[in-house]
Design a protein around this ligand. Sequence first.
Ligand SMILES: Nc1ncnc2c1ncn2[C@@H]1O[C@H](COP(=O)(O)OP(=O)(O)OP(=O)(O)O)[C@@H](O)[C@H]1O
Length: 803
Amino acid sequence: MKNDKNNQKNQSRKNKFQLYKPRKKKSVEEDAAIQYLQAQYDKIVPDEIKTFKDFPLSQKTLKGLKENNYITPTEIQKQAIGYALQGKDILGAAKTGSGKTLAFLIPILEKLFCKKWTRLDGVGALVISPTRELAYQIYETLRKIGHLHDFSAGLIIGGQNLKFERKRMDQINILICTPGRLLQHMDENPLFSCSQLQILVLDEADRCLDMGFEATMNAIIENLPPERQTLLFSATQTKSVKDLARLSLSFPTYVAPHEQAETVTPESLQQSYIVCEIDEKIGILWSFIRNHLKQKILVFMATCKQVKYIYDLFCKLRPGVSLLALYGTLHQEKREKIYNEFCRKSNVVLFATDLASRGLDFPRVNWVIQMDCPENVETYIHRAGRTARGVFGKGEGLLMLQPHEEKLVEDLKKSKIPINKIAVDPSKVIAPQRKIEGLLSDNTELKQSAQRAFVSYVKSVFLMKNKEIFNIQLLDTDAYARSLGLIVPPRIRFLDKYNAIARKNQSEATVSNDVIDKLKANPDEETDHSVDEEEEQAEVKVEKKPRQKKKDLVTFDFHNDADSDEDEFLQVKRTNIDVEEVPVEEQSTSKKKAKPVTKAAVAKKILKKKLKVNTKVTFTEEGDVVADEKRDVKSELAKQFVNENVGGIDIEKAKEVLQEEDKYDKIRFREKVKAKHKEQKRKLKNKKKDEEGEKDDFGSQSESDGPDLSWLPDPDQLYGKKDDTDAASSDGQHDGDSDNEQALSESEDDEVYHRPTKRKLVESKGIPQESVAPRKLKKVQDISASLSVQEAEALAMQLLRTK
Ligand SMILES: Nc1ncnc2c1ncn2[C@@H]1O[C@H](COP(=O)(O)OP(=O)(O)OP(=O)(O)O)[C@@H](O)[C@H]1O
């Protein structure tokens, strides 16, 4: 035994030693590898890179890439990875779908690997994305290529469990996040610190740095150490010196492999546009979907409410293909589900807001349709770039423009976007207008949704900066409402107010631009195409500039529109827009100065009339007043109480009066029940008499008396004799025997209600022939014998119906 123990001890020592020794060896090997790799960084020549192996990358990264079939780097990867490994700040710009994600994920992995980063070192890399879906996608790519490394990665986005995230924040090495949620953790979570940060990445950098995120991003940057590497990537890159200065980038390396290319969009993307009236759009979209049932289509619209309505409407119209809708006001879980579903399916249509326009890598999208005009060229590029992605991707884009929006095409062409005008064959357009109107007339919810969609679209047009293209005066709102199925166009209150002010100032355009400028300049009131930042801005307490005094402002009370609830997307909920105040007197122009009607004045007026309020008088057809027993008071005490009429309520007295009145109520109720009973008895007696007189006449009964069941067998013979309780609970069609009557009268007095019990058939599946009264059978036979075939048939039908 002792020997055994010694052996075990030795073995365990040996094991420990063996475990420890290779580790040391491994560590030494790793150091050597790191040194070797780092020495190669300066020797990287992008043009000589053919495969990822040509980069000085760690084995773990190379293996991760190979496992996912990433063999040959794309242009942006060839150029950006080298500079990033050298530790330079980068401004990366490349076409949509050209592989920018790997261009920053590979340097992140390598940098932390070379620094021998461990869990205990905290956050080493931060990737900020403007939307949750994009953050999730980046996180998934990181997991795929980086799973052989020992770093921990975390996805921190709004709509998730904050507590759960909070506990784990201090252990995360690579953090993928949206700006709002990140700032929330920075502000509220003492465990979270970015003081060790090595590398900061902004994906869709121009979006992250634009006005929508300005305050949040500034606050985040303040919390980051200045001595870090910063990488900015986008298909439409910012070169604004102001933006770069905010990020403390002084001399970043600009990497733009496609700058000299003939087009800014992928070559394999075929782009066309059509010009149509606003009320033709739904019909064209519907017909397009019906003609492309075997394709994967992504449809962009301007607002969440439009997406929601068109989705609900098309679902009801059943186009014959799966439909999905993705927009910011959806619950996070649902958003994830829809995102994954659209990735997975191949014959499907997704209606989306610009939430889905940037960065999302949906596989094999055949068509991108821009149903509403994009805000600018950049938005067009990102939307269209959801198709024709990756090395072999192909796809088509279709833009729908109204005649006055066609000016955008000039801008697109100037920006090197090859787009051709095509015409729609009117014979192929089937607008389901009648069906839509029918659906809306039946479904109030859908109608309200249509109204909301209408108002939200008009608002979005109103808030667009480029007034040459987005001119609210050129928008045929009535036609648009009709196309949505709304016979009566909803009222657009904010527009009425705006028009009133514009008319007053007689310089509509100036006011319009002024209003919009101020809306956009205010971080709270930006109009944007992704809801994520809005939700997150709301979650985060960002210090804001003091607002202008309320006195100086005219309110555009968008959110109080009766026909629209808040439009998250547009962020026009806030009411104070800096517009010159219009004096109240001026607004009420020619109207006579009316005395204000106060509530007190109305009350006085009523009192003067000495109306007896809360009284109900019923009249007969002849115009005589019908006495209302229930309302007329009976007791002396109550009469006295009513006559006193002292004003105010004496609760104690009222209680006494009620108790007194209650006695009369009970008497009245008893009388009523008795009367009802008398009536029932009378009916039963009449019925009995009728039966005796007209026993053989099958069709002679009035409907109110119920069917004649006298020819049926005697239930007592058939089921055996019932006990008293059964008799008491049998229904009124049973012969009015005394037991029954007695039971009924008992129930009246006790005010107990009995429910008739169901009879069971005593082991019988049908009515035995012999139990049918022979006299009745004979009668039936006699009658049928004397009838013709048709008459017999009619009689049989009548019998069945009565039965
Ligand atoms: N080296 C590569 N080899 C093969 N496929 C690649 C390579 N790099 C990236 N891809 C694939 O190309 C597609 C587009 O990549 P990614 O999403 O990174 O593009 P992007 O440039 O970020 O696009 P966007 O500007 O729209 O955000 C992805 O499906 C990705 O897997």
